[in-house]
Design a protein around this ligand. Structure first.
Ligand code: NAP
Length: 282
């Protein structure tokens, strides 16, 4: 009998996770099936209990449940606890255990598309939400020492680094302050939802002061090339979209559930085919 996996979110209809994971089960000839569950916030508690009762073997968590699920799980891995967000849940000895694979997913993609030695980079994180926090903590855990944050809501940027168990020097900036000092940074990571479909012309900040040769990553992958990435490329940046992060966070979840490593190139290709997109950085 097939084991059942899934993703919970609201809304969830456009999730690329089912097609990606179901193809990985097929490729590895594993008896698994992955389904997208649309769970309203008010139904989350009942859903988590019900998922155990019907024997779901593991699942992903997306907006808006990444933080609110924490008190409903039996254990939380230390990194997910520090970040305050869970995107992957496994069932072990009858207990739901929550993990966060977003930061490591981002890091794997960055290493694949750019370089692995990041410790001396001067990093600017644009945004201070859940994804930014996962990326900040993972960068700091890998010894990146200079990570500034700019965000529309300044206090959220100021609070993001507090409680991080790994050392890093951080200035919290307004978007305008960051715009005027962009030439300091070698790596700019755009983590806000600005530029996502359908508001594809919007960008979080002007790149006028950015140096050519800067690596610019935007964790959005729908559209495949945001206006922010397009402008960065026109100014001589090396660019990366969020597809690699999405694929690797999924691959890490798949490994936790099955103990097997899926083919990430195949996963990338199936999402590209499904969305009718293309590789922006290859
Ligand atoms: P979140 O926790 O809601 O944070 C949203 C961020 O965007 C905050 O910094 C927020 O600023 C900013 N923002 C939103 N609307 C804005 C506006 N109109 N003007 C200025 N700033 C605005 O969301 P999240 O979970 O971090 O996700 C953020 C993005 O990352 C989404 O597009 C999501 O799809 C993407 N993501 C991609 C992956 C992947 O695998 N590629 C994984 C996770 C997330 P304030 O603090 O001022 O509200």
């Amino acid at each position: 009998m097939k084991k059942l996996y899934g993703v919970i979110g609201h809304p969830i209809a456009h999730s690329m996770s089912p097609v990606m994971h179901n193809d990985a089960f097929t490729a590895l000839e594993l008896p698994g099936y992955y389904h997208a569950f649309n769970i309203k916030p008010e139904d989350l508690e009942a859903a988590i209990k019900g998922m155990k009762a019907i024997g779901i073997a593991g699942f992903n968590v997306t907006i808006p449940h990444k933080s609110t699920i924490i008190p409903l799980l039996d254990e939380i891995a230390p990194l997910a606890e520090a970040i305050g967000a869970v995107n992957t849940v496994i069932l072990k000895d009858g207990k739901w255990i929550g993990f966060n694979t977003d930061g490591h997913g981002f890091m794997s993609a960055l290493k694949q598309d750019w370089k692995s030695d990041l410790q001396k980079e001067k990093v600017l994180l644009v945004g201070a939400g859940g994804a930014a926090k996962a990326i900040y903590y993972t960068l700091a855990s890998e010894g990146v020492l200079s990570i500034d944050i700019c965000n529309r809501t300044l206090e959220r940027g100021e609070h993001l680094a507090a409680g991080c168990p790994f050392p890093a020097e951080t200035n919290a900036l307004s978007l305008l302050e960051a715009e005027s000092s962009l030439d300091q940074y070698t790596l700019i990571i755009q983590t806000t939802s600005i530029g996502m479909s359908p508001k594809v012309k919007d960008t979080p900040l002007s790149l006028n002061k950015m140096k050519p040769g800067t690596f610019v990553s935007d964790i959005i992958y729908n559209p495949f090339k945001t206006t922010f990435l397009q402008q960065a490329q026109e100014k001589g940046a090396l660019i990366q979209n969020g597809l690699g992060m999405f694929v690797y966070q999924g691959a890490l979840a798949f490994e936790k559930w099955t103990g097997l490593t899926p083919d990430t190139e195949r996963m990338r290709k199936i999402v590209i085919k499904q969305l009718g997109g293309y590789d922006v950085n290859r």
